[in-house]
Each structure stands twice: as C-alpha cells, then as structure tokens.
Design a protein around this ligand. Structure first.
Ligand code: ISE
Length: 340
C-alpha cells in the first residue's frame, strides 16, 4: 500500500459522513490514533464535512465514491446513513481498501449477502463492522469473566438499551435494525453462542408509521440461554445501557463508567449521559486504534461482515416476530470457512 510522505507512512484514513457519528470518528482520529492520519472527509454538506475535518487538515469531498477512489486514501470509515452502507462498502472492496462500516452492515440480509460475496470473491478480509462494544473495557471484562468459567454456565441475560430520545434520522424499524442490533451482536459475542429464536412484544400501540416504543425482545440461544432485551428509544432521562448475565454459580452485572455522585438540594444522584457518545467514547477510540493496527499487521479484528450479516438477520426476524406476534426461528446459513 503506497503511502504519501505527508503522513510519514501513517495509514491515510477517509471518513464518509460528517453527521453525529462521522464527526465523532473524525474527532477521535484528530485527537490521535497511533499509525493513522485523517486525510479526507466526505459529506453531501461540504460545510459540515469542513467543520468535522478542519482540525486534522482533511480534504473535503462532497462525493463518498470519489473519496473511496482517491489514491491518497488507504482505508475508509463509513458513517453514512444505513441505506448507503452496501454501495459504499462494495465500492471500498472494488478498490481493495479496508473499510470500517458503522452498524448495521446493511439494513437487509440481501444487501449483507452481497457484501459477503464480494469480500469472499476478493479473497481478503477487508470489512469490519462498527460493533464498538467489543472494544469497551467493561464489556471485555464481562466477556473474560464468563469465558473463565468462574461463575459457571450462563442461563439468563437481562439487557436494557435506553436512549433519551430516538435520533432524528430514525424511521420505521430502526429501533430494531439500528439499536437492538448492538444487543444481538453483544450477546453473541459475550456468550460465544448463537441466537436461535426471537419474540418481540410491545406494551403500547405505535404512532402511524413507527414501531411501538418501548419493545421487549426475548431471545433463546443454541445452549438454551434465555435473554430479555428492553429497547426504549424515548426513555427521556438519558442514555442507559444495562447487561446482566446470570450463570449457574453466580451473576455478572456490567459496570458503567461512574460519574460523580452529586448531593444537592436535598437529593443525591449521578448524571446519565445524554447519548451513546458519553457512554462509549473509550470503546470508539479503542475500536479505531484496533482497526488501524489490524490493517497494519494484516490481522482482522472486531465484528466481521459475517457478524454484520447475523445481526441484520436477527433484526429482520425480529421485525417479522413483532408483526406476527409469535416467536420466529433464526435460520442461519452455514458460516463460510472464510469467516472462521
Ligand atoms: C444509535 O444510532 C447508535 O449508533 C448507538 O450506538 C445506539 O446505542 C443507539 O441506540 C442508536 O440510536
């Protein structure tokens, strides 16, 4: 991979999308990711791209495809709207460039399959999906505890995924395809197990064109673990992520970064972050560093395109389960050896 003298041999990163997440990723690279430099940022809104990329001196593009094709960009981070993930990731693969794609890999399994087919045809693992919890120190600890066998075999999981309010760009089934997918991937990864069934229940009727909110999702895994997952997009009070895994010999509850407890005016309490950035800042930073190192050393890390496909497959089954009101089986295709 030819790299310019300007970056001193660093991996030259281009980011597509300068919305909330794109700007955040840009800030992470600007703040310093060893061995990498943000050199380009694309957004249809040039001023937005300029604002996100200026501190790094990144070149501004209004066309993501032009950024991908640019010879001075080595690797691409896709933080564009979900519906653009498939064509942008395919374009990266066509250029033979590594790509870190925000979750979901794509909103439908058909699109994900296309990406997997293209990556396999290329014969190199170039796609990583931005399931950043895999890089969160608290989630890593929890996974290591479970894997150690210290508290026995998992039997139950209780998860909550609450947003203060649904992001403005949310439409239709995105509370499942864009938010709950974190829980699907997180549970598969924590438990080293596959999800076999999904049921989705709603306590209230939706507004026109929207999914009910909150949702209660019930999952079963190959080893018989039962999980309940609350997804509440408009919980009002803040962003709150909870995970507890109950095992045969004990239970492990996920910690969260502890903000100071403030006593004031006859009350005592700790603030909740307004959104996911406050909670997962460190995970996003570590994900960026690990992605860069995985490219430099040719060792894929994090969630693969296969993991992206599985999360979307579970989300699709979840939407169907909500529609028909009964449990839906997850029919996973055989995992190609390429993703072993
Ligand atoms: C949002 O789109 C995200 O990407 C966050 O990671 C997730 O926790 C949140 O629920 C989504 O709305």
């Amino acid at each position: 991979m030819a790299r310019s003298g300007r970056t001193g041999g660093a991996l030259r990163i281009g980011i597509i999308g300068a919305g909330v997440m794109g700007a955040d990723h840009a800030a992470i690279f600007t703040g310093g990711v060893a061995g990498a430099q943000l050199v380009a940022i694309a957004d249809a809104d040039a001023a937005r791209a300029q604002a996100a990329g200026s501190a790094a001196g990144a070149r501004v593009f209004t066309d993501g495809w032009a950024l991908i094709a640019d010879k001075d960009v080595d690797a691409v981070l896709v933080a564009a709207p979900d519906g653009l993930h498939r064509p942008l990731v395919l374009a990266c693969l066509a250029e033979g460039k590594p790509v870190l794609c925000e979750k979901p890999l794509a909103p439908t399994t058909m699109e994900c399959h296309e990406i997997l087919a293209a990556e396999q045809a290329l014969g190199r693992r170039l796609v990583q999906v931005g399931f950043m919890r895999r890089f969160d120190p608290f989630f890593e600890d929890l996974r290591a505890t479970l894997a150690s066998g210290l508290i026995g075999a998992p039997v139950l999981a209780h998860c909550a995924h609450r947003n203060a309010s649904a992001p403005g760009f949310f439409t239709g089934g995105m509370s499942i395809s864009n938010s709950a997918v974190h829980e699907f991937d997180g549970l598969r990864w924590l438990l080293a197990d596959e999800i076999t069934n999904i049921t989705v229940l709603a306590p209230s009727s939706p507004r026109a064109g929207e999914l009910p909110d909150p949702l209660m999702i019930l999952l079963r895994t190959t080893r018989g673990v039962l999980a309940d997952v609350e997804v509440f997009m408009n919980a009002r009070y803040g962003y709150d992520i909870r995970t507890e895994i109950v095992c045969r010999e004990g239970a492990a509850q996920l910690g969260r970064p502890q903000p100071p407890v403030i006593a004031m005016a006859g009350q005592q309490g700790a603030a909740h972050p307004p959104d996911w950035r406050g909670r997962f800042n460190e995970a996003y930073r570590r994900q960026a560093q690990a992605w860069v190192e995985s490219i430099r050393f040719g060792r894929p890390c994090g969630a693969s395109a296969w993991d992206g496909l599985v999360a979307t497959l579970i989300a699709e089954a979840g939407l169907r389960a909500l529609e028909i009101g009964v449990s839906v089986p997850i029919d996973l295709p055989p995992r190609p050896d390429f993703y072993a």
